[in-house]
Write a protein that binds this ligand. Structure first.
Ligand code: ZN
Length: 414
């Protein structure tokens, strides 16, 4: 067993860890624990004696401090599950060594080709060793690249006691892809002051902003009547629901927005004559804008209902997660130290906003401020997923530099 970051990635991706939103258990699939057990074994093998997996499949371990200073405890976090969007069973990784440009055909499915024209990041990969799938599964670099990078960085810290660092906590979660990654994390047990998820993409890109996210449910009660004798009486809940959908502002939809624009997005509709139910997700980077979009949706619903005097509706907003920037701005050293580490590995840090959420957005509001760092992976959740060894090595270097920066900038000796 060898332990380069590439070896680790190749070892972890063949373990099927797909999560399943239809299960209410955590982990949603028991097979996620297969990877958890491997990781715990490897961590114990490295000498991290507190490494363990809890009943929810979350893996915890500590690289003890070797500094005389009081250094904030930092956590690095990645998720073990892969997305339900594409199968993760029977992953056969393929290694393209010393890539010289051009399209990369996938050997198991001739219809699948990673084209340079569609993957412009390939232009920065000349001479790199690129891992792909055979085209029949996703790769699962999201987020096993993050795991491989954290594991490799931990090993470097253990093997190089001259690198001074505070206590470093490792956390590997389950069910991130179905939005539950942070649900069962025991932050008191973890005992970290700040965290970083390794769950990003292109090297150099760091993410300190996510959407703020709410769900809205609209339950409509219409007036049911025999269709033969319903003139002037029936109020069909299906038609009320359709009227609401038809009046959604077209410029506030996922398909018409980008960058920092938010949206109102219907995700589900069920209905019969007497009852209908509409499900929405509402997203924006700004909490006030989010609230305004919800008010607008409620106003549209009330206006539609005005034409149906016998019908009623219930409008319920549920908070899902909040933009982590609000929390991170209170602790500027988290991003300052990260930017410094990125520069030290020779990259120019680029701050990005995620049009989505991460474990980090939930963890930030649970009390563990937690921006996101690049792993080097691309085309996540698809059979065209790819990542290079050299980019993974940059991520490993970044983790190591980051713990050094925290130690250097920490207060005086205890
Ligand atoms: Zn991920």
């Amino acid at each position: 067993m060898t332990d380069t970051v590439l070896d680790r990635l190749l070892r972890y991706v063949v373990i099927d860890t797909q999560s399943d939103a239809s299960s209410s258990a955590q982990p949603s699939t028991e097979k996620q624990k297969d990877l958890g057990r491997v990781l715990v074994g490897e961590l114990l093998g490295m000498g991290l004696s507190d490494a363990h997996m809890d009943e929810h499949g979350n893996v915890y371990a500590t690289v003890p401090s070797n500094s005389a200073k009081t250094v904030p405890v930092i956590c690095f976090c990645s998720h073990m599950d892969t997305a339900p969007d594409f199968t993760g069973t029977g992953v056969k990784p393929n290694l393209v060594t010393n890539y010289q440009g051009g399209d990369i055909p996938l050997t198991g499915d001739p219809s699948r080709v990673i084209r340079m024209s569609e993957h412009p990041e390939l232009h920065n990969q000349i001479g790199h060793d690129i891992v792909t799938t055979d085209g029949t599964t996703l790769l699962g670099a999201d987020d096993k690249a993050g795991i491989a990078e954290i594991m490799t960085a931990a090993q470097i810290l253990i093997e190089n006691p001259d690198i001074r660092h505070g206590a470093v906590k490792l956390l590997f979660t389950t069910d991130e892809e179905i939005g539950r990654g942070a649900d069962k994390v025991d932050l008191a047990k973890l005992g970290a002051a700040f965290g970083y998820t390794l769950d990003g993409s292109t090297i150099g890109e760091i993410e300190d902003e996510t959407f703020s996210a709410d769900g809205v449910e609209i339950e409509i009660t219409g007036v049911a009547q025999h269709p033969g004798t319903s003139k002037g009486v029936m109020e069909n809940a299906i038609k009320i629901a359709a009227d609401i959908i038809a009046r959604l502002p077209k410029e506030m939809a996922p398909e018409t927005t980008e960058g920092r624009q938010g949206f109102i997005h219907p995700t589900g509709v069920t209905g019969s004559m007497d009852k209908a139910r509409l499900s929405f997700i509402i997203r924006d980077f700004d909490n006030d804008e989010l609230t305004q979009m919800e008010a607008l949706l409620q106003q549209i619903t009330e206006e539609v209902l005005a034409a149906y005097p016998g019908s009623s509706m219930r409008f319920t907003v549920t908070e899902q997660y909040r933009n982590m920037k609000e929390v991170l701005d209170r602790h500027p050293e988290i991003m300052d130290n990260l930017m410094e580490a990125v520069r030290r590995v020779g990259l120019e840090p680029v701050s990005h906003s995620i049009r989505g959420g991460t474990d980090g957005s939930r963890l930030s509001f649970m009390g563990l401020p937690c921006p996101n760092i690049y792993t080097g992976g691309h085309s996540y959740h698809s059979p065209l997923e790819w990542i290079s060894r050299q980019d993974m090595e940059k991520s490993v270097e970044t983790i190591v530099e980051l713990v050094k920066v925290w130690e250097e900038r920490a207060g005086e000796a205890r």
